[in-house]
Design a protein around this ligand. Structure first.
Ligand SMILES: Nc1nc2c(ncn2[C@@H]2O[C@H](COP(=O)(O)OP(=O)(O)OP(=O)(O)O)[C@@H](O)[C@H]2O)c(=O)[nH]1
Ligand SMILES: [Mg+2]
Length: 488
């Protein structure tokens, strides 16, 4: 299985590790068997060091690049570098990590130079001229995974951490990076290995129920407890997945209802044009905010003119019609539509029917500061006892609306929760494990033979191993013969 084998015979890869564009600093990473040689060819330390590059010590010096850029012949083993003459490129700092404890599990060099895209590109090209290959996306982490430095969930967590858009996402990703999910699953996995070992022992040695290492009743309840513990992880998976991908909330409603005003208020900046003339917004405007740590893409759209059918050609500006068409499309892509109803329009205009596939609507009365609440404000779909009313002018109701939206978007959301399952892949592995566990428990409860029960239990173990990309069935066999030694 790939997770447990070291990566043999790998080539050496190079990449600029910092984002594109200018910055104070930029880092080039080189990983692979030739990393040490490349460090010597591409970097001249300022101070004499007994051995260059020293392990895990930052060394200042001059980075070099080929003197005459051209089309160098490919490097070979005898003549690894095709470059004969190097010239200074920039000053920088080099750190060498020997394979034994490097992040990738291979010799790794990180050279930090000034953050000039040109300098960094020339330096990466110099490494290639000396025999390295341009790394593929994610290849450093992939090598770390193949070399056992990371499990699959940890590798995903690094990706999540780099992509985190809210502090909460970053904290959750960091938890996963430390192996929190693998640790949470481990007790269940251990228990499972134990059950499998007992069952295998019983099959192998023909032990009967009286020999008290395998009572059927205990097996059934043990498997139920295992399923419950994995179910607990799955229960948070929905929120973990939401945290990872974020949600889309579309602001919709009649023209002039106050959508753009609310959009700006939630963004805390003057992003959309607001005016008292109806039909101001035409384009779709998007901006991301964090609600209780959940990334929320807010989408402002063109207002509707109920009763005015765009198709009927009522003389409505074609640009506005196009805006409405785009707004309707945005409501299909949404996770939630907040539909604003202008409190000052009385009686409230009828709601246009939802477009096919439109996300759930949350109805809200806007401009609450302009009206005295009165009994007549009953609108179809609004809870008459508890209409959500907001005023951006006074700020009234804005937090309640956010809470109501969050309750619909992510039931049970609590920013103190750190979900361990944040990806569909992880959820799928756990789901497979629970399904197979259920099957095994049912077999056990119905009195099926042990040789039948071990089949789905093996599937559970495979699913859990797939979760982290580690472990295999061999472990079970080790346990059978090492810890069960039933008199040969
Ligand atoms: N008093 C008061 N006025 C508001 C409130 N919200 C919006 N308005 C005003 O209502 C008018 C329309 O606001 P917009 O935010 O442009 O409305 P919209 O729904 O985006 O309008 P369109 O883009 O034309 O569909 C502006 O004059 C706002 O200042 C509010 O809470 N209280
Ligand atoms: Mg608007």
């Amino acid at each position: 299985m790939i997770g447990s084998s070291r990566l043999e015979g790998a080539d050496t890869i190079v990449a600029i590790a910092t984002p594109p564009g200018q910055g104070a600093l930029g880092t080039v990473r080189i990983s692979g068997p030739a990393a040490r040689r490349l460090a010597r060819e591409l970097f001249r330390p300022w101070r004499k060091v007994p051995v260059f590059p020293p392990d895990r010590v930052a060394v200042s010096g001059t980075a070099l690049a080929p003197a005459s850029p051209g089309d160098p012949a490919p490097a070979t083993a005898e003549r690894p570098s095709s470059v004969d003459r190097m010239e200074p490129l920039d000053h920088g700092v080099l750190v060498f990590f020997p394979a034994a404890d490097s992040p990738t599990g291979e010799d790794l060099v990180e050279i930090t130079l000034h953050g000039s895209p040109v300098v960094l590109a020339l330096f990466a090209a110099a490494a290639q001229a000396c025999g390295a290959r341009q790394a593929r996306p994610g290849e450093f982490s992939y090598r770390a995974f193949l070399n056992g430095r990371l499990d699959a969930v940890q590798a995903e967590a690094i990706d999540d951490l780099v992509r985190a858009r809210t502090a909460h996402q970053a904290r959750v990703a960091h938890g996963q990076q430390t192996g929190a999910l693998a640790r949470a699953v481990e007790p269940a996995r251990q228990a499972l290995v134990d059950w499998l070992a007992r069952l295998e022992g019983s099959i192998e040695f023909g032990a009967t129920e009286d020999e008290d290492f395998l009572r059927r009743k205990d097996l059934v309840s043990g498997l139920a407890a295992l399923a419950a513990s994995l179910d607990g992880l799955l229960a948070q998976a929905g929120r973990g997945l939401l945290l990872n991908r974020g949600v889309r909330v579309v602001l919709a409603g009649e023209v002039n209802a106050g959508k753009s005003t609310l959009f700006n208020a939630w963004l805390e900046r003057d992003r959309a044009i607001v005016s008292e003339s109806p039909g101001t917004t035409r384009d779709i405007l998007e901006a991301e905010v964090a609600w209780e740590g959940l990334p929320v893409m807010l989408v402002d759209t063109a207002g509707e003119r109920t009763g005015v059918s765009p198709a009927a050609g009522t003389g409505m500006d074609p640009v506005e019609q196009e805006g409405q068409r785009r707004g309707a499309a945005a409501r299909i892509d949404a996770d939630l539509v907040i539909w604003l109803l202008d409190s000052t329009v009385s009686p409230a205009v009828p709601l246009p029917p939802p477009v096919a596939g439109e996300a759930e609507r949350l109805l809200v009365m806007s401009k609450a500061d302009l009206v005295v609440p009165r009994d007549g404000m009953v609108v179809a779909g609004l809870d008459p006892g508890n209409p959500l009313a907001v005023s951006v002018r006074t700020g009234a109701g804005l937090d309640d609306l956010k809470r109501a939206a969050l309750a619909l978007l992510a039931p049970g959301w609590d920013r103190r929760e750190r979900p361990l399952v944040t990806r569909l892949r992880q959820q799928g592995c756990l789901q497979r494990a629970v399904t197979a566990l259920t099957e095994a428990r049912e077999l056990a409860a119905s009195g099926a033979g042990e040789e039948l029960i071990v089949v789905p239990l093996g599937d559970v173990l495979t699913a859990l191993a797939a979760l982290t990309g580690r472990g295999d069935l061999e472990e079970v066999y080790d346990r059978v013969f090492s810890s069960f030694c039933i008199g040969k």
